[in-house]
Design a protein around this ligand. Structure first.
Ligand code: XMP
Length: 513
């Protein structure tokens, strides 16, 4: 495996993604929490220094721990990682007037183990840059392999010590051969075999769960989403009936979702499942609530109350299972050190334990989302669940701006299921990160047959994204949108107008609340 030391770049996680896609297990640690004994215990076959927002010449700018360069393992520095490596090993880095951001081209001037078989000498290659500083003098032992106008040392290599650096980001898709360059580092230079697979992970994870839980009892909050579903099936495979799942139904799920959860987990996987219909409680407490944050907090609070109630009925448990994923685990390196503004206080089923004094079982904490999906397929979980779009913990409540009522939720469920059905029929479901309808708190005038209508309006939303942090609206063709609008207005009594949301994130968010 390989260790990635994070200097705070926005795209560090993509390095880990690329490595794992090529079958190499890796972990991301903050540069500031990588003491020598911890690294030696991890025994990486290679170390990658990520990019970051700092400038090497600023007084207290981050540095790689010096022993990284004496461990005897290959090191690859990316962007800021390359600069700090150069500076720490005796080169010179300077601020530059020629800043390069975004797409750039480099001229390949030589060959090294990183570029071998990927970039031929003499070629001009597209890369993705994001830097202001540049190296002006190489450290002893290094030579330049590629250069651009703004960065004469776009790729540098010290083959003897097996130290390499790129000025650009090979981990992003805008560097077309970037994954192959990284693969040259991990497979070629570090000698990784690329045998990290989901089947192997499954077996290891089951052994780990058994070792942790022993004969203890585990409860798991099931939401019907990918993460808690995969966690539940994996844990069930490890410990069988020592696991009980609790599905708190807040009445704000999509059409047929609750029935599907019960059918899948109780009937198909034989998992002990408590299905608690708490829709009266949730909808009752949401009555009169219009503020989005108050809605979220109300739902989050009730969820914990109901969950604890059900758990007490069981006579308690020793462990709480959660579908925590790797992106939540990676300690973030904050560029400013300051707290960020709360845009939305997320409630999700994974947000349970405050106040619950139970040990956690988190079998997915080493995985990225698409790895969780791969594991789910490996476990035989139906594609409908494994490939499902993300669905927020507060459910339809945050897709009904204004007060939430059962009637509005019923209406929205109908609209939403027509929209999703059309998306599936058009073969577009997997190309979209998330698609849903929003029921707007306005009435508009329409005409149906010879009569006047004065009914609700809805908005359709569909976005592409890789992580939900940024998103682009999906460019449906107008024919498709027209068909969906027609069906909704004709089939859902009470809705007479359909709009399509064409806002990207930022400045919009994906959900409306
Ligand atoms: P926004 O609306 O912030 O959403 O652009 C980004 C992603 O997060 C999901 N989301 C939530 N998920 N609990 C969740 O579990 C929440 O409270 C919540 N709010 C938003 C949203 O669906 C999108 O995928």
């Amino acid at each position: 495996h390989v260790l990635i030391l994070d200097f705070g770049s926005q795209v560090t996680q993509l390095i880990a993604r690329r490595l794992r896609e090529s079958g190499v297990y890796c972990e991301v640690w903050p540069y500031s929490n990588a003491p020598e004994d911890r690294i030696r215990a991890f025994a990486p076959k290679g170390i990658i220094l990520s990019g970051g927002p700092a400038s090497v010449n600023e007084g207290a700018s981050p540095r790689a721990p010096d022993f990284v360069f004496t461990l005897g393992v290959p090191v690859m520095g990316i962007c800021y990682g390359q600069q700090t490596m150069a500076a720490q090993l005796g080169g010179v880095v300077e601020g530059s007037d020629h800043r390069e951001f975004g797409r750039a081209f480099v001229d390949v001037t030589g060959e090294c183990a990183i570029t071998q078989g990927v970039w031929a000498p003499g070629a001009r290659e597209q890369v993705w840059m994001s830097h202001g500083d540049r190296i002006t003098a190489l450290p002893p032992g290094f030579r330049s392999v590629a250069s651009s106008e703004g960065a004469p040392f776009s790729v540098i290599a010290d083959d003897a010590r097996r130290f390499y650096g790129t000025m650009f980001h090979p981990e992003v898709v805008h560097t077309p051969h970037g994954a192959a360059l990284l693969r040259n580092f991990t497979h070629g230079i570090c000698g990784c075999t690329g045998d990290w697979t989901m089947a192997g992970f499954r077996a290891e994870a089951i052994a780990r769960i058994r070792a942790q839980v022993g004969s203890g009892r585990v409860v798991c909050g099931l939401s019907g989403g990918v993460d808690s579903s995969v966690a539940a099936v994996l844990i069930h495979e490890a410990i069988g009936d020592q696991l009980t799942c609790i599905y708190v139904d807040h009445g704000l799920m999509r059409a047929n979702e609750s029935a599907q959860v019960v059918a899948t987990f109780r009937d198909r996987f034989n998992i002990k499942l408590i299905h608690r219909d708490a829709s009266d409680l949730f909808l009752g407490q949401l009555s009169g609530v219009t503020d989005p944050e108050l809605k979220r907090k109300t739902i989050g609070r009730l969820f914990i109350e109901v969950f604890e109630e059900e758990q007490n009925k069981l006579g308690g448990a020793d462990f709480l299972a959660q579908g925590t994923l790797y992106p939540d685990v990676i300690e973030s390196v904050s560029a400013t050190g300051g707290p960020s503004v709360t845009i939305k206080s997320h409630h999700n089923v994974g947000g349970l334990p405050e106040g619950m004094r139970m040990q956690l079982v988190e079998p997915l904490r080493d995985l990225f989302k698409d790895e969780v999906r791969a594991l789910g397929r490996e476990l035989g979980i139906p594609e409908e669940i494994v490939g499902r779009h993300p669905f927020p913990g507060p459910g339809l409540a945050i897709r009904i701006p204004g007060e939430v009522t059962r009637e509005k939720a019923d209406l929205l469920r109908k609209v939403d299921s027509i929209y999703l059905e059309e998306i599936r029929n058009a073969g577009l479901y997997d190309a979209i990160w998330q698609a849903f309808a929003v029921l707007l708190p306005v009435r508009t005038v329409g005409v149906m047959g010879d009569g006047r209508t004065y009914d609700m309006a809805c908005a359709l939303r569909a976005v592409t994204s890789t992580d939900g942090m940024t998103a682009e609206f999906y460019p449906f063709d107008m024919g498709f949108l027209g068909r969906v609008a027609n069906r909704i207005v004709n089939e859902v009594r009470g809705v007479n107008r359909v709009t399509y949301d064409i806002t990207s994130k930022p400045p919009g968010t994906i959900e409306w609340e």
